[in-house]
Design a protein around this ligand. Structure first.
Ligand code: PEP
Ligand code: MN
Length: 354
């Protein structure tokens, strides 16, 4: 399904990055107003605060609920910023719209559930409000696109995507692994969708916010949604990943925004060389496949099964090590050879079954 999209209609959209900032959760009227005033002073135009919070375990702070909506209205009136919050049910949508919330976003846990997304889509029918859809917790691009399609299918045209990383068992560096190739593939599949990076939920730690913001810009993301709190250490949720408005301002000022593209002579020349390398690679791959088909014929004649696990492991290990010696990440080389092997096996099966 092709998405019918319009511009988000949000301030900052015409230049990168569009910035949304504010606390993980609205906690008290004072915390909301204090944070919002400081952010507005530093030029932030869109304020975020979670009113309803999906927490992994019961007993944590699950959001202030509707009581916090008038605080958001005060932010609008007193600072002139637009305000946004997460919605997870039709009731949230109704309450948020009634309170004049300008931007809605769908959280990662909700995007992972098509029933919940459909319920939200139905509640948004006939409403013209920008909706940002976070990636699902699991690294499933189709599920993310499915959610975008459901919201668009309800007639919402001002849609953006938020990349907040993906849950993984291995939490060594990031709280949620970025897997940048997924938002990059989203951009390829839906070229005109704005993609906003959420370095706070990817990093999970303050010190990762700046490098992640820079990386998002270098990869061509359109905006940033960053958690900022007037007193991060005392935050009721996600304390470790929030920064003060001052620090946020510092981080944003340090960002280097590179040009999307530049057509200079030297770049054109280098790209020509890349094209030549790619042609050589394809020819080599075709040659490798021809040899592989010959092996297939041999296996057929001698009644040998196609996949030989030992040989396959040996190839992956050796090529990975060779790649590392040439300065290429061995895991990347292994992935390439996994794909080559898969095609080899397909071609040999083709021969054996003829
Ligand atoms: C949030 O933005 O505060 C939030 C809960 O994010 P996510 O849905 O990405 O976990
Ligand atoms: Mn949060």
């Amino acid at each position: 399904m092709e998405l019918q999209l319009e511009a988000l209609g949000l301030p900052g959209e015409d230049k990168r990055p569009l910035v949304i900032a504010g606390p993980c959760s609205a906690e008290t009227e004072e915390q909301v107003m204090n944070t919002a005033t400081q952010l507005a002073k530093r030029g932030i135009k869109i304020f975020r605060a979670g009113i309803w919070k999906p927490r992994t375990k019961p007993g944590g702070f699950e959001g202030i609920g509707e009581e916090g909506l008038p605080w958001m209205q005060r932010v609008k009136q007193e600072t002139g910023m637009l305000v946004g919050t997460e919605v997870a049910t039709a009731k949230h949508v109704e309450a948020a719209l009634k309170a004049g919330i300008d931007v809605l976003w769908i959280g990662a846990r909700t995007t992972a559930n098509p029933f919940a997304v459909q319920e939200l889509a139905d509640s948004l029918r006939g409403v013209d409000v920008p909706v940002l859809v976070k990636n699902p917790v699991n690294p499933d691009l189709e599920l993310w696109i499915g959610a975008l399609e459901r919201i668009n299918g309800a007639g919402v045209k001002r849609i953006g995507a938020i990349h907040r990383g993906f849950s993984s068992y291995d939490k060594k560096i990031y709280r949620n692994t970025p897997m940048w190739h997924i938002p990059i593939e989203l951009r390829r599949r839906i070229p005109n969708i704005p993609i906003i990076c959420d370095p706070s939920h990817i990093g999970g730690k303050r010190e990762l916010i700046a490098p992640l913001c820079q990386q998002a810009m270098d990869l061509g993301m359109d905006g940033l949604i960053v958690e900022s709190h007037c007193n991060p250490d005392s935050a009721w949720s996600d304390a470790k990943q929030q920064v003060t408005p001052d620090i946020l301002d510092y981080i944003l000022n340090l960002l280097v925004i590179r040009k999307e593209t530049a057509s200079t002579e030297s770049l054109t020349e280098l790209r020509k060389q890349i094209d030549e390398c790619d042609n050589d690679l394809i020819e080599l791959l075709a040659k490798r496949m021809r040899v592989s088909r010959e092996i297939g014929i041999y296996k057929k004649e001698h009644e040998i099964q196609v996949v030989q696990t030992d040989r396959y492991s040996e190839i992956l290990e050796k090529r990975g090590a060779q790649g590392a010696l040439c300065g290429i990440d061995s895991e990347c080389v292994k992935k390439i050879f996994e794909a080559i092997h898969e095609e080899s096996v397909r071609q040999q099966l083709d021969i054996i079954n003829k």
